[in-house]
Design a protein around this ligand. Structure first.
Ligand code: 5GP
Ligand code: MG
Length: 444
């Protein structure tokens, strides 16, 4: 989760960063922020809320300069305080820096304790703050050397953008777990973003993905330079394709929508069923449901309507009317559903809450049979590299058999895509990170 954006050498740096963050709002809705660099000074605006809520005309008057980094924060189980919003800005012996980070450091507690033992104080619970401390405390003379030393201390999945007054450093960890791409701006200059949908919005031209273990350095008046700081062991995250990324994005050479169609088609081969109609759980199940319907040769209908205005501000219904919660967001088209045998496709099953409510909703709408299909394998392990999957206790597939889950969600049948089927739909050319499914924690 989370989105990062960087703009280098553009008179519209803050606006372009803003558009990039807007295009990537799906990667985080908790908080957002931008730091720009103007000659001798960095300017930061950040706050809780959506991109369109945090930045107004006044913000852009502050965010002057021709370089910018930005961030959207995804709310996790942890702290949701404003102190956990990014960019993280600091003044230190070499001047000023601002850092944005997507990913998750697996040795954050260890590094933090070591820093605290040496007298450091922390404002937030973010692992990103470790990074800024490590840079500030380093004895190396140049920022670049300090960043190199910092990279040696941190372990995990990270995409980092570090902006000083005159430079921007772009870093993708050697596993390349989270996506990160580079583009050329129409008026010169460069843009970096978690997803290519950010480029499409501003008319930036995709150049290439940042390589695993690569550091790019952007400096005024010079072409960007590249340093390979770590041995690449490319493990792109499968969950970006399954759920997280926007369907129009291209991640490491593959269009997300097309991989989802494929997941659905392969699911139809592995878990067919005899039905009249295939419906998606909107919006996350749409592409894979389409693939599933195509694979079965059965009609596809948008049989459940989603209300897009259910925001974070909606007052939560009380316990007694919990049922209302899903109905606020999703509503079935009864005329389509009544008396039919239905296959309902979603991208993934996490706690099982959505499936449970959807099956009930379809049965209440008069469906004769409801067959639940998931276009990803069973999530049996929490991800530690930046996807917000809950602990073992909350993951339904870590605690129940297929039959038990089917019974709990009250479906007539239940079927998941296999791990092999997932890999086949993504293509066998990469060694994907499948941690949530196979529990192979390849970083420590
Ligand atoms: P469940 O209701 O089983 O807990 O979650 C399944 C639903 O959550 C699916 O519709 C899926 O699209 C969505 N989902 C999967 N992964 C994530 C995630 O990391 N964050 C959020 N917000 N939703 C997710
Ligand atoms: Mg969903």
């Amino acid at each position: 989760m989370c989105a990062v954006v960087g703009v280098f050498d553009s008179p519209r740096a803050s606006k372009l960063a803003y558009y990039g963050l807007f295009a990537m709002q799906h990667r985080g809705q908790e908080a957002t922020g931008i730091t720009t660099s103007e000659n001798e000074k960095l300017h930061t605006i950040k706050g809780k809320g959506l991109v369109t809520e945090v930045f107004d005309e006044e913000a852009f008057n502050v965010l002057r300069g021709d370089m910018a980094v930005g961030h959207n924060r995804y709310s996790t189980a942890g702290d949701d305080s404003i102190l956990d919003a990014q960019p993280v800005f600091a003044r230190y012996s070499l001047g000023e820096i601002s850092v944005v980070h997507n990913g998750n450091l697996v040795n954050k507690n260890e590094v933090r304790q070591d820093l605290i033992d040496k007298g450091a104080i922390f404002q937030s619970f973010m692992d990103t703050e470790n990074i800024i401390h490590l840079i500030a405390k380093s004895k190396k003379e140049s920022l670049q050397d300090r960043i190199m030393e910092t990279i040696d201390r941190i372990k995990g999945a990270y995409n980092l953008l570090i902006q000083s007054r005159s430079k921007m450093f772009v870093i993708r960890d050697r596993y390349g777990v989270r996506p990160l791409s580079m583009a050329k701006l129409p008026d010169g200059g460069y843009m970096i973003a978690s997803e290519t949908c950010a480029f499409d919005l501003v008319g930036a031209e995709f150049i290439r993905d940042v390589r695993p273990g690569e550091m790019l350095i952007f400096e005024k008046g010079q072409e960007p330079t590249s340093i390979q700081f770590g041995e690449p062991d490319f493990r792109p995250c499968a969950f970006e394709y399954i759920y997280f990324a926007r369907p129009d994005s291209v991640i490491d050479g593959k269009n997300v929508y097309e991989t989802r169609l494929k997941m659905g088609e392969i699911l139809a081969k592995e878990q067919p069923c005899d039905v009249d109609l295939v419906l998606p759980v909107p919006d996350s199940g749409v592409a894979s449901a389409k693939g599933y319907a195509k694979g079965l040769g059965v009609p596809f209908e948008m049989g459940i309507v989603r209300n897009h205005y259910v925001g974070r501000t909606f007052i939560e219904p009380t316990q007694e009317i919990r049922d209302l919660k899903v109905k606020l967001k999703l509503s079935p088209i009864q005329n389509l559903i009544k008396g039919k045998r239905i296959a309902i496709v979603d991208d993934s099953l996490v706690r099982g809450t959505t499936a449970n409510q959807i099956v009930k909703m379809l049965k209440d709408a008069g469906a004769k049979e409801v067959h639940m299909r998931l276009a990803s394998p069973q999530i049996k392990h929490p991800c530690r590299y930046g996807i917000d999957t809950p602990s073992y206790e909350e993951l339904i597939s870590a605690n129940m058999s297929l039959e038990q889950i089917c019974q709990k969600v009250q479906a007539d049948s239940l079927g998941f895509l296999s791990i092999d089927g997932l890999v086949e739909s993504l293509g066998k050319d990469q060694n994907y990170s499948l941690v949530s499914f196979d529990g192979n924690y390849f970083i420590d």
